[in-house]
Design a protein around this ligand. Structure first.
Ligand code: UTP
Length: 306
C-alpha cells in the first residue's frame, strides 16, 4: 500500500518581542531605562521572555525597538572584560548567571518602530523578518510562572490546531475594559482550547462578550501581517493587534484561545510588578525565609496599628 505523505504543521521558530512602547506607567524610571530592563529579583523582564521563547523551541528572536532602548541590545552582548574579571576571581556562579544572557551570533534581530503607533503597528514593523511563516509574539511585561512555560504549552497545542492562537485567562468582570476580550466557545474534547468567534479591544463590562482576556502570548499566521498593514488605527488611536485578529476571524480564519496553565503577572503595572517581585523572591531558596519572615512582621505590625 502506498504510504500517505506525512504533512507536519510548520514549526514555530520565530518570535517577535515588541519593546518599543513608552512605558509611561513607570516614569520617571523609564525616562532612561527600558521597561523590559526593570528587574524581578535579579533578572530583567526581557530575560524571562527570552527564556520562555527558548523553552518553546524559538531560534530567531526579533526585537521591535525604539529610541532610548539601547540598554536592551547591550544586555544580550558579550561582556569580555567582565567575564575575564569573574574568571580571574573564580566566581563560577556569577559566570553561570551571565551565561543566561548569551545568544548565538545572529539569533537576535532588531527592527525599529519610528513612532509608537500601538502594539499592532509594532508587530507589523517585523513583517520582512517574519516572512511567510507562523510566528510567535511575546509581550515581556506579561510574566507567566508555569511548570511548562506558557509559549511551549501553546506551541504544542498549535502543532495540532494550526491557525492563530492567543493565550487567554478569566478576569473579573470589572477588569474586562483593560483587555482584549474573546467571544469564544469551548470545544468538546479539546481541554484548554476555546474557538474564537470574535474579539473586542477593551469593551465596557456590559458590552463584553465574555470574561476571557487575551494575555501577551500569540502564535499568528503570516496573513495577520497583511491585515495589520491595512486596518488603520482603532481604540486609543493605535493600531490594535486585536483588530487584525478579529478581522482574520471575520475572514473565516481559525483563531483559538488557549487557557494556559500558570500564574500571570501584569508587570506593565506597578501593582503587578510588585506582586511578581514578591512571588519570584519567595520562590527562591536563597531569599525565601528572610523575606517571608519580614512580610509576616510587617503584616503583624500593620494589623496591630489598625
Ligand atoms: P503597553 O500598552 O503596555 O504600552 O504596550 P507601553 O508603552 O509599553 O506602557 P505604558 O502603558 O505607557 O506604561 C504593550 C506592549 O506593546 C509594546 C510595548 O513595548 C509592550 O511590550 N508596544 C506598545 C510597542 O512596541 N509599540 C507601541 O507603539 C506600543
Amino acid at each position: 500500500m502506498p504510504k500517505r505523505p506525512l504533512i507536519r504543521a510548520p514549526r514555530v521558530t520565530k518570535a517577535v518581542f515588541p519593546v518599543a512602547g513608552l512605558g509611561t506607567r513607570f516614569l520617571p524610571a523609564t525616562k532612561s531605562i527600558p521597561k523590559e530592563i526593570l528587574t524581578l529579583v535579579d533578572r530583567p523582564l526581557i530575560q524571562y521572555a527570552i527564556d520562555e521563547a527558548r523553552a518553546a523551541g524559538i531560534t530567531d528572536f526579533i526585537f521591535v525597538t525604539a529610541r532610548g532602548k539601547s540598554a536592551l541590545e547591550d544586555y544580550f552582548d558579550r561582556a569580555p572584560e567582565l567575564e575575564s574579571a569573574l574568571r580571574r576571581a573564580g566566581k563560577r556562579d556569577l559566570l553561570r548567571a551571565l551565561a543566561q544572557t548569551d545568544m548565538p551570533s545572529g539569533a537576535i534581530a532588531y527592527v525599529r518602530q519610528n513612532r509608537p503607533l500601538g502594539l499592532g503597528h509594532a508587530v507589523w514593523c517585523a513583517r520582512h523578518l517574519v516572512g511567510d511563516e507562523p510566528f510567535a509574539v511575546i509581550l515581556p511585561d506579561d510574566v507567566i510562572a508555569a511548570e511548562t512555560p506558557c509559549l511551549r504549552q501553546m506551541v504544542e497545542a498549535h502543532a495540532e490546531t494550526r491557525g492563530n492562537m492567543v493565550a487567554t485567562m478569566e478576569v473579573a468582570p470589572a477588569q474586562v475594559s483593560s483587555y482584549g476580550i474573546l467571544d469564544a466557545a469551548p470545544v468538546q474534547g479539546k481541554g484548554r482550547l476555546v474557538q474564537a468567534r470574535g474579539m473586542v479591544e477593551k469593551p465596557r463590562p456590559e458590552a463584553a462578550p465574555s470574561t476571557l482576556a487575551v494575555i501577551g502570548r500569540y502564535i499568528l499566521e503570516p496573513e495577520v501581517m497583511g491585515l495589520l498593514g491595512r486596518i488603520g488605527r482603532g481604540a486609543g488611536r493605535e493600531v490594535q493587534l486585536t483588530d487584525a485578529i478579529a478581522r482574520r476571524i471575520a475572514e473565516g480564519g481559525a483563531v483559538w484561545g488557549y487557557r494556559f496553565e500558570g500564574e500571570r503577572f501584569d508587570c506593565g503595572s506597578k501593582a503587578g510588578f510588585l506582586r511578581a517581585t514578591v512571588a519570584f523572591a519567595l520562590a527562591r531558596a536563597d531569599l525565601r525565609d528572610d523575606l517571608a519572615a519580614y512580610l509576616q512582621t510587617l503584616t503583624r505590625t500593620r494589623l496591630a496599628a489598625e
